[in-house]
Design a protein around this ligand. Structure first.
Ligand code: MG
Length: 240
């Protein structure tokens, strides 16, 4: 399998002056990090975490642990950065498999056979309430505390990393994005956009960002995508 074109888009949205999201497009590795913390700490956290991925080596979980160490260490050294952290959703494409590592409420999706599947679990207060049946997915969408996350990179000396692997099939589309997209754009619209603009990498990420801004643009928005081709089948399989 070889990777083809890549595309990514990030935008501060309409309500926030700064963009605390970072992304990594270093095929075969792709990631989104959504930083949080006072003043500029959110930006620092997501950039430190992204840097750890770019410079690091090893399995996906080790990369995220290294990101955790760097962010946590800085937060201990710099009083202005105390308590900062970041989400981190990472995908590595290798030999017909996509490996995913995940902490926080950014998301990885898979579009397959005309359906959108959320591959990652949100480590958020509302995510846990939905999983335990105490909140419906619809209630979660408008919950006042929907931005409260329960697991982050950098807030503690160690972090639990969710990992999963997906065997790719021809025509698969993978999408990694921050909550600035998923809070503003529903799953149906995300699916529609991917399907309608399947052949155009840039158009998918730009249209998703545009839709998030149209929906209110209340947070920073980041979408990452790349396209891969299976060498045997010569058919496109996309990683967004
Ligand atoms: Mg966000």
């Amino acid at each position: 399998m070889r990777l083809g074109k890549t595309a990514a888009a990030t935008d501060p949205g309409r309500r926030r002056r700064r963009n605390e999201d970072s992304f990594v497009v270093e095929p075969p590795l792709f990631a989104v990090a959504d930083g949080m913390g006072g003043a500029q700490a959110g930006e620092v956290a997501s950039r430190l975490a992204a840097g750890a991925l770019k410079e690091g080596e090893g399995a996906i979980e080790e990369l995220i642990q290294e990101a955790n160490r760097r962010v946590h260490q800085r937060s201990m050294e710099d009083p202005g950065a105390s308590g900062m952290g970041t989400t981190m959703t990472v995908a590595v494409v290798e030999h017909g498999i996509v490996r995913i590592g995940h902490v926080g409420d950014s998301r990885a999706y898979l579009v397959r056979d005309g359906e959108l599947e959320q591959l990652t679990q949100d480590h958020s207060l509302v995510g846990e309430l939905v999983r335990t049946g105490r909140l419906s997915p619809e209630e979660a969408e408008s919950h006042p505390q929907r931005s409260v996350i329960t697991r982050a990179v950098g807030t503690d000396p160690d972090v639990d990393v969710d990992t999963l692997t997906v065997e790719t099939r021809t025509g698969d589309v993978f999408l990694i994005c921050s909550d600035g997209l998923t809070d503003m754009v529903d799953d149906r619209t995300i699916l529609q956009t991917v399907e309608e603009k399947r052949g155009d990498l840039d158009a998918v990420v730009k249209t998703l960002v545009k839709n998030a801004n149209k929906g209110g643009g209340e947070d920073n928005i980041t979408v990452v995508r790349s396209e891969e081709h299976t060498s045997e089948l010569q058919s496109p399989c996309n990683l967004v």
